[in-house]
Design a binder for this molecule. Sequence first.
Ligand SMILES: *Cc1c(COP(=O)(O)O)cnc(C)c1O
Length: 427
Amino acid sequence: MELETMYRSLGICPQVLDFAKKTEDSLKDRFEAIDRRAEYNQLKVIKAMQDNRVSDIHFAATTGYGYNDLGRDTLESVYASVFRAESALVRPQLISGTHALHVALSGNLRPGDELLSPNGKPYDTLEEVIGIRESPGSLKEYGVTYRQVDLLPDGTFDLDGIAKAINEKTKLMTIQRSKGYAARPTFSVEQIGEVIRLAKKIKPDLICMVDNCYGEFVETTEPVEAGADMAVGSLIKNPGGGLAPIGGYIVGRKDCVDRASFRLSAPGLGKEVGASLGLNQSLYQGLFLSPTVVAGALKGAVFAANIYEKLGFSVVPDSREERHDIIQAITFGTPEGVIAFCQGIQAAAPVDSFVTPEPWDMPGYDSPVIMAAGAFVQGSSIELSADAPIKPPYAVYFQGGLTWYHAKLGILMSLQKLLDAGTIKIL
Ligand SMILES: *Cc1c(COP(=O)(O)O)cnc(C)c1O
């Protein structure tokens, strides 16, 4: 068959293809459910664009102060509609997820306030933002204290512990939806809603913020609908649809978003300034594509979980679990396994397929790290990418894929590399 010939020309042997086909055939129902959610989310985005009368005038560039940037303001209204929020801040001046989270936190916390994390240690880069690891400019330096409540051994919220931790100083609770690179389950929007309801019962004016990175469009509802006052994320992950070259968003209650905007620009300026520099079209079009892009990435994650579980490796989430983010972890148990996997992902890329990733000592990490990414946008992790610290248990975290076919090729290529290295036996 022609398709087989094409796969062969890319270096995939018939044995790998056959093994993959059996797995893919067993996933029809899963894929159909993913497609149905994507269909709903696609309509949600189109409806939001129609309701806000998006027009090609909104794609025009502004420069300088960016006063009266109609495209920027309308894009923010579209985001507010999609996320069912009162207000939104969606800017190329928010340079990453970490920056957006920092702006949301520092805009809404004041000296003497306490920040609470109900899911234990937050994402790595937030440790320095909060001051868990000493860092110049951290919230800690500004007199904001921090408290965390670890998850229970089964990965669920410790509701009693959270209730006890909330005190007169607690101003903001930050909930991380995705497990990120931690070994715990990702929370569903419903679970997030439960912890918010509990916290607000104890302290009605507590600001509840959700780090929504990697979670957008995986379900049909988003955190604001579950009671969050703010949800925050990166445009080079899910909602940028692979087209946004930079950016972050903060959606939620108007007063919270406004306070964040005064931190991003300056007190007195807020949302009124910030030129969009000609990036608007990519941000609109990326949001438009995002539901189907996320669906492709999810299919890749489910496919990989099924493939590698069959081969005897431990996978999180497992082959059957419901998904709440796009990240897949696979534990290989050996450095060779991790390295071969990442080299396979790299070899399948449209960009830089000819380079061979190797582990290196990255600043800020306590062991060598290997990263595979052949991305159009630097660091974009909605594009197919994988990374792993070279230390036990030798787990690789992989995510993304702008299309299902690319995600599939990446996984087939990883299988091929593992087979060639003698790490796995398929037959
Ligand atoms: C990626 C991510 C961040 C940080 O985003 P960057 O764009 O890498 O700065 C924060 N939280 C979670 C859960 C993430 O996945």
